[in-house]
Write a protein that binds this ligand. Structure first.
Ligand code: G1P
Length: 286
């Protein structure tokens, strides 16, 4: 799997005024933009051709993955800092596709598939969902291994509380092996009583090429938008889809909302800023 598609056209109205001029994908979690974490995850899984599906006002995302501007006098930077800014741009091929108007996640992914070779499986990674894994392999690496073993599409799943089901695509299925589900049914943002499953789709997908053809034919669904999950329902009627259920060593933050964004920063700080836990504890005491 050499390609990943990253939909990045959302406007982030919830983050105004911060999102007025700066694409939300470039908001930093500590010193790194959210989207860079996603691109690094893509590279780790072997997908070094990165397709950004973006729109008006999002050009800075592409600039971010260019060589650094000479105004920073890179040669004079400390080695540790230089390494941080120099490594990525050589590792990826940046491919940009426009989504001219917001017509749903399925539509964005469909646009992305125009530049993925027809016979290739590819990843889709939603940049809002930040995943920190304390295990040896990232979620995308685990999914890639499953895709290679079974030769089918694989999506990441996480258990969510029943009352939040309506916020996600939900999967029903049977356990195939430890942490792997053979998916039987998919429902986008179910209403109460529609499913008993708590397995939510969390924004990481590996698809066989067939999804690209299906996306071109799928009709607008929930909210009048072209839904990726609807295309997956059609794919499921033809092919197997497996779910990789993340384990307890994996932390997921939805940086598309204020709480998730704040928690992602707190988690990164707990990992990287000395004595951050003590400082937060003092702050809480006040
Ligand atoms: C999208 C998908 C949904 C998935 C979610 C994960 O929804 O349609 O299936 O569970 O991402 O974040 P959105 O959050 O864009 O409404």
């Amino acid at each position: 799997m050499k390609y990943s598609v990253i939909p990045a056209a959302g406007l982030a109205t919830r983050f105004l005024p911060a999102s007025k001029c700066i694409p939300k994908e470039l908001f930093p979690v500590l010193d790194k933009p959210v989207i860079q974490y996603i691109v690094e995850e893509s590279i780790e899984a072997g997908a070094t051709n990165v397709v950004f599906v973006s729109g008006n006002g999002k050009e800075a995302i592409l600039d971010h993955f260019d060589k650094i501007n000479p105004k920073f006098s890179v040669g004079k930077l400390k080695d540790s800092v230089r390494e941080k800014v120099e490594t990525l741009d050589d590792m990826i091929e940046v491919i940009s596709v426009r989504q001219k108007s917001p017509q749903g996640l399925g539509h964005a992914v469909m646009k992305g598939t125009f530049v993925v070779p027809h016979e290739e499986s590819f990843a889709v990674m939603l940049p809002d969902m930040l995943i920190f894994s304390e295990g040896e392999r990232s979620v995308m690496q685990e999914m890639t291994a499953l895709h290679e073993k079974y030769g089918c599409s694989v999506i990441a799943l996480m258990e969510v509380p029943a009352e939040t089901r309506g916020m996600y695509g939900i999967a029903e299925g049977k356990t195939l092996e430890n942490g792997v589900v053979d998916i039987k049914k998919l429902i986008e943002k179910p209403t109460e009583g529609e499913t008993e499953s708590n397995l939510a789709i969390l924004g990481r997908y590996i698809f066989t090429p067939r999804i690209a053809e299906i996306l071109r034919t799928v009709k607008p669904g929930r909210g009048g938008e072209i839904q990726l999950t609807d295309a997956m329902v059609n794919l499921l009627a033809e092919e197997r889809i497996l779910g990789y259920v993340i384990d307890s060593k994996t932390h997921v933050f939805d940086t598309g909302n204020m709480e998730g964004f704040a928690l992602a920063n707190a988690y990164a700080a707990l990992c990287r800023v000395p004595d951050f836990d003590k400082k937060i504890a003092e702050l809480i005491k006040r």
